[in-house]
Design a protein around this ligand. Structure first.
Ligand code: AMP
Ligand code: MG
Length: 427
């Protein structure tokens, strides 16, 4: 049986990026950038004035000065008027420095007057005590942020809103982004009913996994094909799985453990799927299956056979399927981050497998991450994972980790809470 790290290696070994497509700036945000983005010109592209005020020669100021105003330059304008000794050009923030000037002074520190049709400014204004002005004061020289050709965004990461701003600033309105994998989702099990079932029979339960996994994929921006609930019947499974394999990734749940009606593995193998992982040394999530279709096909043909127990399915998805989906999309660093958290209550792992336990993490006032293990009666206890914003990671045979102990946590949606607040509504 593989450990979590080895299983992830096996999965990522088959998850090759799907290639790229061109997207407009708005549609590209949130997707994976495939090409480096370079500055198309120096930034700023000219010596830029940083204040509303006057462009001057610093040497004209001394300990005070009265300067003749020779020009006015708004942002977006250029002026050819040379600012000489004893002269000033009125400038707005973002305007290019006029020739001759080497510094800018703030309008707040000046007083202006008209004399016989000419304009003058006095610096400092009566009562003002500005800091000294030297050549370069309140000017961002051309290229001080970036030189033309410098790489501003590296490929392999998700395009954030700030990165979209960078793309816009260099005129990249069409970008090469990773193609997103298509995902098919199905649940297997004779006991399963559609969630809308009003009166489930005594031995029947509602399908929680398909809606959960589909929601998770949609939140990642992926297109999901829902294949519904499939009975524990080899023929029906075969038909449904064949359809599922048309998508880049098939996520199915249930039917992958040792029960007499767990047909998924033989059906997969019968369809030419090579199984690389058939169980993992983790709790929950041990009966996890991963394989890929060997024959060449249009899709990448990855299959994740997730455990039927919803908490296990969720955990196995986060640990193995999510990094694979990110990698297919072209993301470079796909390993989920882990944070060091301080426990507020004891959590236990006496078993021989690495444990991933539902937890709720918050930031204490001093910024330390604090974690509470959520009471759970096992891997079918969806109520516990429904409240979790992290999985608390305990090594095999760790025993009890007491309050105050520092352990690792994998973030889930909603990580972390800011401040107190969370209380287990189940008491
Ligand atoms: P299996 O992996 O098929 O042996 O299922 C393990 C457990 O998970 C059983 O108790 C199933 O009833 C339950 N289960 C399987 N699939 C689902 C599902 N889609 N939603 C909720 N529970 C499920
Ligand atoms: Mg089953």
């Amino acid at each position: 049986m593989l450990g979590a790290e080895e299983a992830l290696e096996a999965v990522l070994g088959q998850a090759r990026p799907l290639g790229g497509e061109v997207a407009g700036l708005a549609a590209a945000t949130g997707r994976i950038l495939l090409d480096p983005v370079r500055a198309d010109r120096d930034q700023p592209p000219f010596d830029r004035v940083l204040v509303d005020g006057y462009a001057v020669r610093a040497a004209s100021l001394g300990s005070g000065a009265r300067l003749r105003v020779v020009a006015e330059i708004a942002a977006g304008q250029t002026s050819r008027t040379v600012v000489g000794p004893g002269e000033a050009a009125a400038v707005m923030t973002g305007a290019p420095m006029p020739p001759g000037a080497d510094a800018a002074i703030m309008v707040e520190h000046t007083a202006r007057e008209s004399v016989a049709g000419e304009e003058f400014v006095t610096w400092p204004a009566p009562g003002a005590s500005p800091p000294p002005v030297r050549p370069g004061t309140a000017v961002a020289p051309r290229g001080c942020e970036t030189r033309a050709g410098t790489v501003l965004l590296r490929p392999g990461g998700r395009i954030t809103a700030a990165a979209a701003g960078v793309l816009a600033s260099v005129g990249k309105v069409r970008v090469q982004v990773g193609r997103r994998p298509t995902v098919a989702v199905m649940s297997t099990g004779d006991e399963l009913l559609h969630p809308r079932a009003r009166r489930p029979g005594p031995a029947r339960i509602r399908d929680a996994n398909s809606p959960m996994l589909a929601a998770r994929c949609r939140a990642l921006g992926l297109r999901v094909r829902r294949l519904g609930i499939v009975r524990d019947d080899p023929e029906r499974l075969r038909t449904a799985i064949r359809t599922g394999l048309e998508s880049d990734v098939l996520l199915l749940s249930g039917g992958v453990s040792m029960g007499r009606f767990d047909y998924v593995e033989p059906v997969l193998e019968g369809l030419g799927v090579r199984l690389l992982v058939t169980s993992v040394r983790i709790r929950p999530g041990k009966p996890f299956v991963f394989g890929f279709r060997e024959e060449d096909s249009a899709s990448s043909g990855l299959v994740f056979g997730l455990p039927g127990n919803p908490v296990s399915a969720f955990t196995a998805f986060e640990l193995f399927a999510r990094p694979a989906l990110d990698r297919l999309e072209g993301m470079e660093r796909v390993r989920r981050p882990r944070f060091r958290v301080r426990l507020l209550n004891p959590v236990v792992n006496r078993g021989p497998r690495q444990a991933f336990l539902p937890g709720r993490v918050r930031t204490a006032p001093d910024g330390v991450l604090e974690a509470r293990g959520i009471r759970s009666v096992g891997s079918a206890d969806l109520g516990a994972i429904g409240q979790a914003n992290a999985l608390l990671v305990l090594p095999a045979g760790a025993g009890e980790a007491p309050p105050g102990a520092e352990i690792l946590a994998m973030p889930l949606e909603g990580f972390p809470d800011s401040g107190p607040g969370w209380q287990d509504p189940r008491g």
